[in-house]
Ligand binder design. Structure first.
Ligand code: FPP
Length: 235
């Protein structure tokens, strides 16, 4: 199987440890992580990946210190407003998954601006998961389903695992390859519905050090997997 995965997702972990091990503040790690994200988005597009989803901030990340949360939000605003021009110019459409409620007004404004600016881009989609939790997404989708059933827009018997995607934050294809950097082996409430048959690639490298060639290594791993989707091998 030499196909490029259609949808790649990354749990960008290890920014804090990258910084601490270098005697730097955790915020330095996030800054380097943002640079890594920009590089990887451009490279994913070049390789022919159609959707790249990244875990930028989970609903649970609000438990971190106010200083760290503020730093991350300011960094994200700075990137959305100033730094992602290369990504925009490359024809990448930027969308967001997560709850807007709980985000600062200036973060929402930056999200809305870049969403609008890139809405007609059609090269590849960068899905930034921000104030995101997969269980929250499934609950929020279920509430939308309930609304559609109660208003008669959807018949109960017509709901199935394929059209449920339309109720998620973004209607994206299933994840083919899920990468987690930073040595931990867990899913941390990330895109659980969409990852139902994803090949999972755990790598020790901290996210700021995860370069273009590391993405290619992850894709090679994917290409060597035998994806059976519950079937048995016939040849
Ligand atoms: C996890 O590492 C990383 C995060 C919580 C933040 C990820 C955010 C970015 C890479 C910047 C995103 C930028 C844009 C423009 C969307 P950690 O802090 O949990 O690392 P640790 O486990 O080593 O402490």
């Amino acid at each position: 199987m030499n196909t490029i995965p259609n949808h790649v997702a990354i749990i960008m972990d290890g920014n804090g440890r990258w910084a601490t091990e270098r005697g730097k503040k955790r915020s330095e790690g996030h800054k380097e992580g943002a640079k890594a994200l920009e590089r990887l988005a451009l490279h994913a597009e070049k390789l022919g990946v159609k959707v790249l989803s990244v875990y930028a901030f989970s609903t649970d990340n609000f438990k971190r210190s106010k200083e760290e949360v503020d730093y991350l939000m300011n960094l994200i605003i700075y990137y959305l407003n100033n730094k992602l021009q290369t990504v925009v110019d490359r024809g990448i459409k930027i969308v967001f998954s997560g709850r807007k409620i709980g985000l600062r007004d200036d973060v929402i404004a930056a999200i809305d601006t870049i969403t609008d600016k890139t809405k007609n881009n059609d090269k590849c989609i960068l899905n930034i998961c921000l104030n995101y939790g997969a269980q929250e997404e499934i609950v929020d989708a279920s509430l939308k389903v309930a609304d559609d059933i109660s208003t008669g827009k959807l018949k109960k018997e017509d709901l199935n695992r394929d059209n449920f995607y339309k109720y998620l934050y973004q209607d994206l294809p299933p994840i083919d390859l899920l990468i987690r950097t930073g040595r931990e082996h867990r899913l941390s409430n990330f895109m659980l519905y969409q990852a139902f048959y994803a090949e999972i690639y755990f790598v020790d490298t901290y996210f700021p050090d995860f370069l273009e060639n590391n993405l290619e290594e992850a894709i090679s791993y994917y290409q060597n997997r035998d994806r059976r989707f519950g079937n048995v091998k016939t040849d």
